[in-house]
Ligand binder design. Structure first.
Ligand SMILES: [Zn+2]
Length: 472
């Protein structure tokens, strides 16, 4: 191992351990103290962005700021705005988009850019790819947030019978799920990373050989492996399943619980925020890491959506990334904040649900020819309640729906086709839509796309969305 790299990495990890102590103390704050902290951090971030980023200086030039920054009065930033103006957006003039993209293309491990930065990209599953840069101090904060999230599951590093942890996401270090594991690895935990785009047979063989105590992966992958466990091909004894990156449906949770007798911990993190929100043993939702980010749940017109209702998107303000300040940055995740406070006493609000992405919505004509938006949850539920289906994917094409289905061993094809059409017709009818032409294709497995980090979209549109057909 390169000695200079090893030295820098240990420095970063030491800094993150100190930061972790601070983050754990924040969990004892009152909501009022947290809000006061957010106000001060926002004020500092705003001042830095105006001073060091030509993009923000220009964007905010006509905005009068009093002693307090009123977040809701600031304009929303989109990925397109940020990427178009990238070289003027970041606060270090040495960071140029073209060079960073070359660095990402050639990245094979946890390499520092300019000896200082870690560069990430997003999967691009919802459009073009974003690029995100963190300096060493910011990366230490990111690791501290990740460690806090891991600690909240109750699984602590142990000795001499060390914890064996396997993660199945992507093997590309330009993606957060892979990079965080490489850059935060310690000898106290035996880690293994597998690529979600591998075949199930390969993953089962690797897991049987490694015998992990902890499994972190997409919920669709965890539930697929749960079937392997239930049917006897996979034989591992998990103490913890952590899922993230996709919607975890009730059926997936039930399947995981049946296989290993444990409720999965859902993790919600975004590359943009670089913050890992915190699972809670009370399983009432996920605590937003509000000492690291501010999340505004809004409708499609950026108006606040009250707790208890799903928003169309999230406006994210990252309170610790000063290299690439993100202030009211639009993310298409549809979140619902809980109306309740959690009995665990943390001051952070609970995210009650992460219901897919705004751009997963499909549109169908009703009887009057009007375009009606249909949330992916309708398809997920209609197919999820059919016990003979092991895995499925819905694709909306010009001439109707194409549904790929992997059957369980005991499944009857005719009965499954009938059940799919009956359930979908009933679900769409409630919204005034007639079931379009539906083709069910049976297959041995559904390919995971390495381009999207092996992430699995349960519902996809193969068509352009109508110009006026945004969700309500
Ligand atoms: Zn809690």
């Amino acid at each position: 191992m390169n000695i200079a790299y090893a030295f820098k990495k240990s420095q970063d990890l030491c800094r993150s351990s100190l930061k972790l102590i601070g983050l754990k103390l924040h969990e004892r704050w009152t909501p009022e103290r947290l809000q006061d902290y957010q106000r001060r951090r926002l004020r500092a971030l705003f001042a830095h962005a105006v001073r060091r980023s030509p993009f923000y200086r220009e964007l905010y030039q006509n905005i009068k700021i009093g002693p307090e920054v009123q977040l809701q009065e600031l304009p929303v930033i989109t990925k397109a705005m940020m990427m178009d103006a990238f070289d003027r957006f970041v606060t270090d003039t040495r960071l140029k988009l073209a060079d960073l993209q070359t660095h990402i293309r050639d990245l094979s491990c946890d390499t520092y850019y300019l000896g200082e930065y870690r560069v990430l990209t997003t999967s691009g599953s919802s459009g073009f790819k974003g690029v995100f840069v963190f300096n060493r101090k910011e990366w230490s904060t990111l690791i501290a947030g990740y460690s806090r999230c891991s600690l909240s599951t109750g699984k602590l590093p142990r000795f001499p019978r060390r914890l064996r942890e396997c993660s199945i996401f992507t093997d590309n270090p330009a993606h957060l799920s892979c990079r965080i594991k490489i850059s935060s690895g310690t000898p106290l935990v035996l880690s293994k990373h597998l690529n979600a785009a591998s075949s199930i047979a390969f993953l089962v063989a690797e897991l049987n050989a490694f015998q992990p105590h902890v499994l972190s992966t997409y919920p669709s992958m965890a539930s697929l492996l749960a079937v392997e466990q239930i049917e006897g091909r996979l034989k591992i004894h998990l103490e913890l399943v952590a899922t993230g990156g996709e919607t975890c449906t009730g059926e997936m949770t039930a399947s995981i619980q049946k296989a290993w007798g444990i409720i999965p911990f859902n993790v919600y993190a975004s590359t943009e925020g670089g913050a890992f929100n915190i699972g809670c043993p009370f399983h009432r939702g996920i605590h937003a890491a509000e000492d690291l980010t501010i999340l505004e749940v809004v409708d499609r017109n950026n108006r606040p959506v009250p707790a208890g209702r799903a928003g169309s998107k999230v406006l994210l303000t990252n309170l610790f990334n000063y290299t690439q300040p993100l202030i009211r940055y639009e993310i298409s995740d549809m979140l619902t904040l809980s109306e309740e406070r959690c009995p665990c006493g943390r001051p952070f609000r609970l995210i009650a649900g992460v219901e897919g992405r705004y751009d997963d919505i499909l549109y169908f004509p009703d009887s009057r020819g009007h375009s009606v938006p249909v949330h992916p949850v309708h398809f997920i539920t209609a197919l999820g309640i059919i016990p003979d289906i092991k895995e499925s994917r819905v694709i909306h094409e010009q001439d109707g729906l194409v549904i790929d289905v992997v059957l369980r061993d005991t499944g009857d094809k005719t009965k499954v086709v009938d059940a799919i059409k009956t359930n979908l017709a009933a679900s769409l009818k409630i919204q005034g839509i007639e079931l379009p032409e539906t083709r069910v294709l049976f297959t041995d497995h559904i390919e995971r796309n390495p381009e999207t980090m092996g992430k699995f979209k349960l519902v996809e549109s193969g068509m352009k969305k109508p110009a006026t057909g945004a969700p309500p």
